[in-house]
Design a protein around this ligand. Structure first.
Ligand code: G4P
Length: 558
């Protein structure tokens, strides 16, 4: 009996012990799961001036991260002229500010990735999109789809991430909303599903019709810098109230539109949204804070938590005990006093804890990530812990390259590389002092390896000249400045008329025998891959026609 009891006691104790451990594991599992599943990591893409900064500001306002709109991140620096740029970089040192903002709203932990435009537009802008799980596309209602939107959209579409559209500035005279949707569909090739619908625009803007809830949300411009205000709402069925508020003409027009909308347009389909083949569209005015919170709420509810990512060992589940991340951006410090760089990593699985050891897979080296930092609202701070979906910046003494994977030391795998994107501006670059050839080649190659510029050599010419390609013109200035300041080499740059570059995807093609157009130039890149340069897009089509089976690509995947 005693024995039995004793035995039982031991059993119970064991069970208790097991249960406690199991409970602990489940608890930590569910904490990890909760942390990760409430994360939303997205980029806001737009053409300059469409309202990206204003919309971000309003998001932060709702998140309680800022009190007054207008105080958000480097807006002033986003507008600076080329000449100011070096000074600004020097003053601010390495800036995490412009890369990611984190804040909480409605139970979500939100990471907004900045996609620099204006003068800062560069290949980094594209690379940043590799770290996002979804995108918000802001379109100016008076302008429609603009060039930079088109470029950024293409990269998002390549990754098949969900893309939500916010048509902004309805408080100003806007184009016909049907026409805007047609333009998105025809120019970007993505069907749209309007979630709400504007009633008038500019001085005649009366509000939006919320299709799902069949109600009209009445426009008011009094909520600009606040988050307290709640717009008046009227049900679609309440004809009298609607006519009174909107006026007869606006009411009739709304009824016509509602009928048209139900007949035309794509129906909402969650799977299609998740697969990036249908874009939900919202209308509003970021400046007056109208339609922003509704958009944010819908977007957060409909967009996905951190996505599983492809590695060489298969798909990696974000909710995993093992930490992993990849480097998507490296920012060199323009300040001579701080020669170090900062590497931005997107955490793809598990949890990061300060001081933990990680494996740098390409270098096959166990290391600690030095001074990991994150942006919380507008303050930079050292990260104690971070989860899949988060972005951290770490000091890089020169060991990281774009696309590198770091992971828990008990695992070993590498994420798919980051594509190289086609530059759009080209220049022939040479050193002024011929004696400095060695430093010149070393400097320009290192800067290219960091991913700030791309360099090409002409094929079969024996010329030693280097062709530099950049996505944004400012990178030419960065190159010149860095070669002079870091490598003590002065250069001469002659811009070239090329605007398009294509990688040749066929491995078996005989480059020497390719028949192109007279403006075509054959070059190789840093990895010796063959490419073609063209002055106009017409030549690309001609070259494809003249060389059967030739496959040209706008980005290179390895
Ligand atoms: P960006 O980041 O996409 O480049 O655009 P940003 O938010 O800086 O907005 C560009 C301009 O458009 C700003 O005006 C901004 O106030 C205005 N804007 C943004 N959203 C709306 C909107 O919904 N309605 C109206 N009417 N204007 C909007 P600015 O005069 O260039 O700058 P600021 O002096 O207002 O700072």
């Amino acid at each position: 009996m005693f024995d039995r009891q004793g035995q039982r006691k031991t059993d119970i104790n064991n069970v208790r012990y097991l249960k406690t451990e199991k409970e602990k594991a489940i608890m930590s599992d569910s904490k990890l799961k909760k942390e990760i599943e409430t994360r939303r990591t997205f980029a806001i893409i737009s053409h300059p001036d469409a309202g990206k900064t204003t919309l971000t500001e309003k998001f932060l306002l709702y998140g309680g991260a800022i009190n007054l709109a207008g105080s958000v991140k480097g807006k002033a620096t986003a507008r600076h002229a080329v000449s100011d740029w070096m000074e600004i970089e020097k003053e601010r040192g390495i800036s995490v500010t412009s890369s990611v903002l984190q804040f909480n709203y409605g139970g979500f932990c939100i990471n907004i990735l900045d996609t620099p435009g204006h003068q800062d537009f560069s290949e980094d802008t594209y690379r940043t999109l590799m770290a996002a799980d979804s995108a918000v596309m802001v379109i100016d209602a008076a302008k429609g789809v603009e060039p930079q939107t088109r470029k950024l959209f293409k990269v998002c579409a390549m990754r098949k991430i969900p893309i939500f559209t916010f048509i902004n500035k309805l408080d100003r005279d806007a184009r016909d909303p049907f026409e805007l949707l047609d333009e998105i569909e025809s120019e970007l090739g993505i069907p749209t599903c309007p979630m709400n619908w504007p009633i008038g625009s500019g001085k005649g803007f009366r509000g939006v019709y919320d299709r799902d809830n069949e109600k009209i949300v009445i426009y008011s411009d009094t909520f600009k810098g606040t988050r307290e205000g709640k717009a008046e709402e009227i049900s679609l069925g309440d004809t009298d109230a609607l006519k009174k508020t909107l006026g007869d003409a606006a009411y009739e027009k709304l009824m016509e539109d509602v009928e048209l909308l139900d007949g035309a347009g794509s129906p909402f389909d969650r799977e299609e949204v998740d697969g990036g083949v249908l874009s939900p569209v919202f209308f509003g005015s970021a400046l007056t804070n109208f339609g922003v919170e509704i958009f944010l709420q819908n977007f957060l509810a409909l967009t996905s938590p951190p996505l599983a990512r492809k590695a060489d060992t298969g798909i990696v589940d974000p909710v995993s005990d093992d930490f992993s991340a990849f480097v998507f951006k490296i920012q060199a410090n323009m300040n001579k006093a701080h020669r170090d760089r900062i590497a931005f990593m997107r955490i793809c699985s598990g949890k990061f804890t300060a001081g933990m050891e990680v494996l740098h897979v390409r270098e096959d080296r166990v290391m600690r990530l030095s001074q990991p930092q994150q942006m919380m609202a507008s303050e930079r701070h050292i990260v104690e812990e971070a989860y899949a979906g988060d972005i951290i910046g770490v000091f890089d003494p020169g060991i990281f390259a774009i696309g590198d994977t770091v992971c828990s030391t008990n695992t070993r795998f590498e994420y798919e590389g980051i594509p190289t994107f086609a530059p759009e501006h080209f220049a022939r670059v040479r050193q002024i002092d011929t004696m400095k050839r060695k430093q010149f080649v070393k400097g320009i190659t290192q800067i290219a390896q960091e991913g700030a510029i791309q360099i090409f050599h002409e094929l079969n010419t024996g010329l030693e000249e280097i062709i530099v390609g950049v996505v944004g013109m400012l990178q030419f200035e960065v190159l010149k400045y860095r070669l002079e300041n870091e490598y003590n080499v002065e250069i001469r740059m002659d811009t070239l008329p090329y605007e398009h570059i294509r990688w040749i995807a066929n491995r078996d093609i005989d480059i020497d025998h390719l028949t192109g157009t007279s403006d075509m130039k054959k070059v190789t890149d840093l990895k010796d891959r063959p490419l073609l340069l063209f002055i106009n897009s017409w030549s690309i089509g001609m070259t494809l026609e003249r060389n059967e089976g030739l496959v040209l690509e706008e980005f290179s995947r390895n």
